[in-house]
Design a protein around this ligand. Structure first.
Ligand code: IFM
Length: 472
């Protein structure tokens, strides 16, 4: 299987050599520049899922439309001082009312895959109980619209918008939240399951844990590392229960988690820095990958939890078997590496994007993908997020450079046998960037928030050509 993958790549590579970013159609005629006159192109495997991502709260708006209930983000973003510009997701990119326009934009880009999330409180306004049929219909129409345009839906079940009613019952610190999530997953997967082939359970549980429950900078604004680790365990338990609930629906398809992962490097050559990098790796990567893919927490991560840490009591017998229920796919989100000093401090080694946390290091994507295969086996992977914010409204050459460099790294990993089946740019549209409000623009498509007009950026034109050529 892997061999065939590599052979396809080699064959495809021969016909796309010599493409440049500004040409509109692949050059296959005899007068096309030869490989010696232009850098060789990199062709991706046949059927590669070129995509783009969004999430419900960041683009939909329609916060109270058609019976949607509030989420933790509705409450949090309305509190003074929580977002940089006072922004909320009330309107965002108004995708709830403009999905047909956005579907046409996706079709024009040539997208093969669209990764979006379901708003839990739109379909279950209080998180459980009665289904809001109008909310669920929106996703049926969206999926139908995608399929009609030849775009495959890739659906995330949880992208941070916990229903506020469940937060009032403890949210993810309440073990029951894992079961509420599985019930919701079961309902959605059954309802849309004749049209959707691939599901993602949780988006970035690490960010929820670290930014939502430890730093308190995201909803629900909790600042307690011990509580955060309990919430993290319940999120993972929710993932495992949702995988089981999906299988119990009898619907065909695949399911897995979408994890943000960062290769962790020692900041210098000292043994102490190397040791600290291993500890950092446990926190950044293995405490998420090991439970989901191996059904256990890493010993060295568990050893960092004191005997009286609440997470120890939160882990019940049998939980890890549930969490480790076989996944069919892993969503990989890569934005940045981490560098750790001999004292365990994090340092910056590369320039950042406008997002100060995002060191730019494309090689990290190659390191990450090949490491997952080496340590966790041959599970199919899809990149569910990768991108940068750009300060240039539409002439975003910096984004083109970023995408090209990361795709080159991904291609190298594929050549070496990694089963990478897709790539989703974060993001399709400019959108609500959580605590940063509307101060960062991550989209391929510019959104004028005063008129809701959409304009393609240079990166969208470039990506369209990449998709058309199936390569860079
Ligand atoms: O906008 C976020 C997204 O919701 C989750 N991953 C990172 C993106 C950029 O910060």
């Amino acid at each position: 299987m892997r061999r065939r993958h590599v052979l396809t790549l080699a064959a495809a590579g021969a016909v796309t050599a010599g493409c440049s970013t500004r040409r509109r159609t692949p050059s296959t005629d005899a007068s096309a520049p030869s490989a010696s006159a232009a850098p060789a192109g990199l062709a991706f495997p046949k059927g590669f899922a070129w995509g783009a991502s969004t999430s419900a709260y960041q683009v939909e708006g329609g916060a109270t439309a058609d019976g949607r209930g509030p989420s933790v983000w509705d409450v949090f973003s309305h509190e003074a001082g929580r977002t940089r510009d006072g922004g909320t997701g009330d309107v965002a990119a108004d995708h709830y009312h403009r999905s047909y326009e956005d579907l046409d934009l996706m079709r024009d880009l040539g997208l093969k895959s669209y990764r979006f999330s379901i708003s839990w409180p739109r379909v279950l306004p209080t998180g459980r109980g009665t289904v809001n049929a109008k909310g669920l219909d929106f996703y049926h129409r969206l999926v139908d619209g995608l399929l009609a345009r030849g775009i495959t839906p890739l659906v995330t079940l949880f992208h941070w918008d916990t229903p506020q009613a469940l937060q009032e019952a403890g949210g993810w610190t309440n073990r029951d939240c894992a079961s509420w999530f599985a019930d919701y997953a079961s309902m959605v997967c059954y309802s849309l399951g004749d049209k959707v082939q691939t599901w993602l359970t949780l988006n970035e549980p690490k960010t929820v844990t670290e930014v939502g429950y430890t730093a308190g900078v995201h909803a629900p604004g909790v600042r307690d590392r011990r509580v955060a680790n309990v919430a993290a365990h319940h999120l993972l338990l929710g993932h495992g229960l949702a995988v089981q609930a999906f299988r119990a629906t009898g619907r065909k398809g695949r399911i897995g988690a979408a994890l943000n992962l960062s290769p962790v490097y020692p900041a210098d050559d000292s043994d102490a820095a190397r040791k600290q990098a291993v500890i950092g790796d446990a926190e950044e990567n293995r405490r998420w990958l090991d439970p989901v893919l191996l059904g256990r927490y890493p010993d060295d991560w568990l050893a960092t939890q004191p005997a009286d840490a609440p997470v120890r009591a939160a882990i019940h017998a049998g939980d890890l078997a549930v969490i480790g229920t076989k996944s069919d796919i892993l969503g990989v989100q890569y934005y940045n590496p981490a560098y750790v000093t001999a004292t365990g401090a994090r340092v910056q080694k590369h320039p950042t994007s406008q997002a100060s946390w995002q060191q730019l290091y494309p090689q990290g994507l190659y390191d990450l993908l090949t490491r997952i295969r080496r340590d966790y086996g041959d599970i199919p992977l899809t990149i569910t997020e990768n991108g940068i914010p750009s300060v240039h409204p539409t002439d975003d050459e910096d984004r083109i450079t970023f995408l090209r460099d990361h795709l080159t790294a991904a291609h190298r990993a594929i050549r070496e046998g990694v089963r990478l089946e897709g790539y989703h740019v974060w993001s399709l549209l400019d959108n609500f960037e959580w605590a940063e409000g509307y101060t960062q623009r991550w989209g391929l498509i510019h959104v004028d928030y005063s008129t809701q007009q959409r304009h393609r950026k240079a990166s969208a034109d470039w990506y369209q050509q990449v998709i058309a050529r199936n390569g860079i």
